[in-house]
Design a protein around this ligand. Structure first.
Ligand code: MN
Length: 498
């Protein structure tokens, strides 16, 4: 479900023919070494492909257009080995439509004090040439990432790796298709939004289907397929009967297995990557999809509750960006539920009525069957667990009427002090940075939703860079946030984004 293309990133080195053929030979040789070493580092999630040195307007323009047309190229990394007059880059950059990284590096790490002469200076003048190039990219108003440092430095390589994931988010955003099998919950404001503007800004296709069309797909799933999946559940998860009859319990589990298969087939057939449901609009479905949605999220589908298509698309986006992360800790739809205000133990208990992705689980996962006051259907089964400790980002995409704003909060996930045996839902517990009081105050001032797209495996920098590439406002709530500064930022942004 999460399979994306075999993406690659092109490495384009800038120079000019002023310094003679020998110099250009060195430039090519050096950039080939850099590309080889970057690929050998084992740190980059995607391959870097070396391209011939760019020295003329024609070649620059041709190369950028080839990058546009190559379906596997997810972005271009540029570096000026020598001086490269930046007017040469204007036409190519004007026509380029993919993520751009300016790697501000140089071949040698140290100044060769004993041997340095003017020939060396002319051949190795990235400090000089990259400024000329950076100037034109800024003058043209092109969004790009700039990473500074020696190419062999692990920190630099990790930053390139991190940017590659943002670039994949930028490229893949326009492939996200969200299926709405229900409208937004009545009277709720923050889950609403302009779907046409979302299509323009992010490339998202957001379509509605009558709930009973997907319910028919569920009803069409055979008993044999359903039972096989139930057996998989029973082998994989702990069964917490809590006094219920085992056979009756199993029938309730089977309803979710049938929903999982029916939903998955319907989504695959119609080529959607995210889905929203709404407890108030379940049509012929026997239960609110709980366990079924949790499993689909784990497979890579985006999800938003109560018709929240913005969060569903964000969850899908963040799952794509984290695909293949080594030792990934998980990405999920999440909702702020209840506070702990005890001094020194402050935090927010995160959950949803059912739908939290098991990718974030820590330890055993159980199936429970409990009544649900919302939805007017039979007791739904759901996966129950607690979540991992560690740093994560909670993101809320809101529509302010004249623009989208992405709110990005660094959060620290912790264990709750005591078990919560009566709580029949999966949970996470986090402390927003810089602390609960400032973090929640800033979140509310920014207009952030109760629903979030959460990941342990992405950084605020990656999410903010994605927002910048989408030309939308992003605000960060992190260790450096103060309310006075944050309010000013919101005020200044309101003028900039008018
Ligand atoms: Mn909700």
């Amino acid at each position: 479900m999460l399979a994306t293309k075999n993406y690659k990133f092109w490495f384009c080195t800038g120079s000019q023919d002023l310094y003679g053929d020998e110099c250009l030979e060195h430039v090519a040789e050096h950039s080939k070494i850099i590309v080889a070493k970057l690929n050998e580092s084992g740190l980059l999630p995607f391959e870097v492909v070396w391209k011939p040195t760019l020295i003329t307007n024609e070649l620059i323009r041709k190369t950028f257009n080839e990058a546009n047309n190559d379906e596997e190229c997810a972005g271009v990394i540029t570096w000026m080995h020598t001086f490269s007059p930046a007017k040469s880059w204007i036409l190519g950059l004007q026509e380029f439509r993919k993520p751009l990284l300016h790697l501000h590096t140089q071949f040698n790490e140290e100044i060769p004090y004993d041997t340095i002469d003017m020939d060396f200076m002319n051949e190795n003048q990235s400090a000089h040439g990259d400024r000329e190039y950076g100037h034109i990219v800024t003058r043209m108003g092109i969004e790009r990432k700039v990473i500074v440092g020696h190419w062999s430095d692990k920190v630099v390589q990790e930053r390139i790796a991190s940017w590659m994931r943002t670039a994949i988010g930028v490229i893949e955003s326009s492939h996200i298709r969200v299926m709405r099998v229900a409208d937004n919950m009545r009277n709720v404001a923050v889950t609403e939004g302009d779907k046409v503007e979302a299509h323009l800004k992010f490339g998202w296709e957001i379509d509605a289907y009558p709930v009973n069309e997907i319910a028919e797909s569920v009803a069409a799933v055979s008993a044999a397929d359903t039972n096989a999946l139930v057996e998989e559940y029973y082998s994989k998860y702990d069964i917490l009967l809590e006094g219920r009859d085992p056979e009756e319990f199993k029938k309730h589990v089977a309803v979710q297995a049938q929903i999982e298969l029916g939903f998955e087939r319907f989504l695959e057939e119609k080529n959607y990557h995210a889905i929203v449901t709404h407890f108030g609009d379940l049509g012929a479905l026997q239960q609110l999809p709980g366990l079924a949605i949790q499993r689909l999220m784990e497979k890579g589908y985006g999800f938003g509750g109560e018709g929240d298509w913005k969060t569903a698309a964000m969850v899908r986006l963040m799952k794509i960006m984290t695909q293949g992360v080594k030792d990934a800790k998980g990405t999920s739809f999440m909702e702020d539920y209840t506070y702990n205000f005890v001094k020194g133990k402050e935090g927010i208990l995160q959950a949803h009525m059912l739908e939290v992705c098991p990718s974030i689980a820590d330890g055993p996962i159980s199936i429970k069957c409990q009544p649900l006051s919302m939805g007017d259907r039979e007791d739904p089964t759901r996966l129950v667990f607690t979540s991992k400790e560690g740093h994560g980002v909670a993101c809320s995409l809101i529509d302010l009427g004249n623009r989208f704003r992405l709110i990005i909060n660094d959060v620290d996930c912790k264990k709750v002090e005591k078990p919560m045996p009566k709580l029949p839902v999966a949970t996470n517990f986090w402390v927003p940075q810089p602390d609960l009081y400032t973090g929640a105050e800033a979140w509310i001032l920014a207009g952030g939703a109760h629903h979030t797209a959460f990941s342990y495996d992405l950084t605020a920098e990656q999410m903010g860079d994605w927002a910048a590439a989408m030309s939308i406002e992003a605000v960060y709530i992190d260790k450096d946030t103060t309310i006075r500064q944050f309010k000013n930022e919101l005020m200044w942004n309101s003028v900039f984004y008018k």
